[in-house]
Design a protein around this ligand. Structure first.
Ligand code: GLN
Length: 240
């Protein structure tokens, strides 16, 4: 029997801006087109997280207001489950507001939201403009460097701790903080990024790579002419 990708969506109704739920639609389509099963479950405020129930955990972006409720709840109900899932090799994909909450803290003026500490990074809402625009980064998730193109809009600036690796190098746009030329984070199967677009519809190679990591399989290519056109248009939007 072919394996099924079991996806756990965290706070899907709260952490979903810029159509970030499109990431889940792409994961589903790419599994189903290959005859792989796909199971989707969600876990929101007040619900515990079973660390063995998912191959891929996903959290999208959110407004500061929603992040406050989510940050507290993640500490209380999901922190340990997330660590245990990541320790056994589950993929964790976090976008923008979700990415910020993977780290140790998100400082918003007087207030500091706790992160779950899956990776060593901190985010600070510094004075200054929001970092907004089309963005392209070069990332290597095995098989050589490839482009990820998308759109970023964040007030928080993220700084990786000394032992942490970025997801990629900024080719166009701002990235983690507009200064150091890095974007996102990657530690094993834990991936965080500021890129919306949504991310996976515009970068289906990344969707496939995440499925491969989650299921420990090698996927056959699909006819991706349409998807490659979407990717090319996202690259052009970023000026490439
Ligand atoms: N609220 C966060 C910020 O502004 C994240 C925004 C987002 O998810 N797009 O930095």
């Amino acid at each position: 029997m072919s394996p099924a990708l079991r996806v756990g969506a965290l706070y899907p109704e709260l952490m979903n801006i810029y159509a970030d739920r499109g990431n889940i639609a792409v994961l589903r389509a790419r599994c189903e087109w290959r005859g792989l099963g796909f199971e989707l479950a969600s876990s929101t405020l007040g619900e515990a997280l079973d660390p063995d129930a998912h191959d891929l955990l996903y959290i999208g972006g959110g407004q500061d207001r929603d992040q406050i409720a989510v940050a507290e709840d993640m500490q209380a109900t999901k922190r340990d489950g997330l660590h245990a899932a990541a320790d056994r090799g589950a993929v964790v994909l976090a976008v923008c507001g979700g990415y910020q909450l993977l780290g140790t803290s998100y400082a918003l003026g007087e207030r500091e939201l706790p992160g779950v500490g899956l990776v060593d990074l901190r985010t600070i809402r510094e004075p200054g403009e929001r970092l907004i625009g089309n963005c392209a980064i070069e990332a290597d998730l095995g098989g050589g460097p490839r482009m990820i193109a998308g759109f970023e809009n964040h007030g928080g600036r993220t700084y990786l701790g000394p032992g942490e690796q970025p997801l990629g190098r900024v080719v166009r746009g701002h990235g983690n903080n507009g200064r150091d030329g890095f974007e996102g984070v990657r530690r094993g199967n834990v991936v965080g990024t500021y890129l919306h677009g949504p991310l996976l519809p515009k970068n289906v190679w990344l969707a496939d790579r995440l499925i491969e990591l989650a299921l420990d399989v090698e996927l056959k290519p699909l006819d991706d002419r349409m998807e490659e056109a979407a990717h090319a248009s996202a690259r052009r939007a970023a000026g490439l």
